[in-house]
Design a protein around this ligand. Sequence first.
Ligand SMILES: *Cc1c(COP(=O)(O)O)cnc(C)c1O
Length: 417
Amino acid sequence: MAEAEQELRFDTKLIHGGTTLGPSGATKAPIVQASAFAYQTAEELEDIFKGRAVGQVYTRIGNPTLEGLEKRLAVIENGIAAVITSSGMSAITTAVMAVVRSGDEILSSSSLFGGTYSLFHDTLANYGIKTRFFDPTDLQALETGINEATRLIFGETIGNPKMDVPDIAAFSAIARRHGIPLMVDATVSTPYLARMRELGADIIIHSTSKYINGTANSIGGAIIDAGSFDWRSDKFPHFEQFHRKYRNFAFTARVRKLIHKDFGACAAPLNAFLSGEGLETLALRMERHCSNALELARFLQAHPKVAWVNYPGLPDSPFHEVASRQFGGRFGGLLTFGLADKTAAFRAINALRLAKNLANIGDTKTLVIHPASTICADYTPEVKALMGVSEELVRVSVGIEDPADIIEDFRVALEGV
Ligand SMILES: *Cc1c(COP(=O)(O)O)cnc(C)c1O
């Protein structure tokens, strides 16, 4: 990518980085809603299949609209390349399967998005890939958890609903020392709070369904290759052929030419277009998500019926210090709070008028959910404890409405609790 683009400031990059004009000078790249791409001669198509020429073939493999968003995300994260997928879960599955093989182990933070926990704990275990979990606040546990079979270290930037914030730079230092790549799911922090490549992540994951899309109109995922990991290692013989041909791009090549092509979880062009629209306003929205969340956290903390509030932006959060340092004084749009019990939590949710009760985060609208009875209902009591999911807990994804209206909604709802 152009060097000048890397020099743009973050908010400008969201709008201009990696973008191109469409046909006739259109200010939007076109939505290429086509499954396949035609060529005049058999020779041309042969050249493309053999890698002697560059060209589109079939949308599962690549499409100009998808490539447009991939280029923009790579520029924004300061990565060398990106691959977008049909969902955040397919981004994680594709990226992880590109790294590990049967018999390999993943060492993962225990504070995980529910779908990722299920993927690691249940699904991948059935295919001979074992995951060991470590407490992300315990760096010693990370270091001692590494063994001969470990091929990947996995973590999230802000745990949900635990609201824990691990020290990603410290994770990276340990991963580097052991020659193991660090993959970070940065969905909740978004590129706005921090660029994970600068903190040492080798592979960055986003569910674009959340803050990047921003208005909850399409599911999508992204895998960004920081280009920082050296895959020439005894641990990764399956990268040898890709490194020989694609050098620094070995990981992206293995994703694109093998795993993503074979698993087939490609993004839809219209969804990629819509998520790209969201990306332009990410900084403005995140600024408001963060300031509204802090205001709501302070209001709830002072409320007599609220037992506790968990938000890394509050000085009494055990993660306030690391979050301040890592995220430059901004703390994201998610918070959790506790009432007396499950009945009180249900009463509060039922009494909210503005805040919508649903299973999502990162919309412009304020959203609430009772995780213990919904998204985490299948967890055993031990896993619930590990993930910080208690019966009295309500999760809030704070929207970008006028903060006075959000607070008024909670004030009235809590009156009846
Ligand atoms: C939502 C989410 C995912 C999964 O993304 P989908 O787009 O729903 O598949 C993964 N990780 C985190 C942290 C999420 O919030």
